[in-house]
Ligand binder design. Structure first.
Ligand SMILES: N=c1c2ncn([C@@H]3O[C@H](COP(=O)(O)OP(=O)(O)OP(=O)(O)O)[C@@H](O)[C@H]3O)c2ncn1[C@@H]1O[C@H](COP(=O)(O)O)[C@@H](O)[C@H]1O
Length: 135
């Protein structure tokens, strides 16, 4: 992915907390983590070594299997929210994001397109959008 804001301070930082240096984001709170994962997924896809790579194995199984995994991980995230707690939701969300990125790669969809779509929607109320639908 590209062209996303980097070094953005975490939204849950308390108002009085010391400001983080703009060039030293906290680990895991920089979009470079996702950029690196996208690159790794592309590399594993190109190498196609399903003996050593879970990602390559997913690609070998095909789109339907990858889509199924996205569905499963989404459900597991929801179930974790209801039946477990924040730590489980974090783990399941990571599984979900990984499989979601694999699915986008399988479909040759640049994840930046999803970010663009979100950006287009910024400022548009979900309720207003729903009310404007013709169906
Ligand atoms: N982020 C992930 C990641 N998140 C989850 N997973 C794997 O996703 C799987 C999900 O667990 P499940 O029990 O649902 O899957 P499963 O039962 O093995 O699969 P099925 O039988 O359902 O097909 C586990 O094997 C996890 O290890 C991941 N596998 C890889 N990555 C990243 O991809 C990189 C490359 O991994 P390899 O392709 O394996 O080299 C790694 O370095 C990581 O950065």
């Amino acid at each position: 992915m590209a062209d996303r804001p980097k070094n953005t301070q975490a939204p849950d930082a308390s108002p009085g907390a010391p400001q983080a240096r703009q060039d030293t984001p906290a680990p895991g709170r920089d979009w470079q983590v996702l950029d690196a994962l996208v690159a790794t997924i592309a590399e594993r896809r190109a190498a196609g070594d399903d003996q050593t790579s879970y990602t390559a194995r997913l690609f070998a199984k095909g789109r339907a299997k990858i889509a199924q995994k996205v569905g499963e991980e989404g459900l597991e995230t929801a179930l974790a929210a209801v039946g477990e707690g924040p730590d489980a939701v974090v783990s399941e969300s990571a599984d979900l994001l990984f499989h979601w990125l694999v699915l986008l790669a399988e479909m040759d969809v640049d994840p930046a397109r999803v970010l663009d779509r979100l950006a287009e929607r910024q400022g548009l109320s979900g309720l207003a959008e729903k009310a404007a639908r013709s169906d």
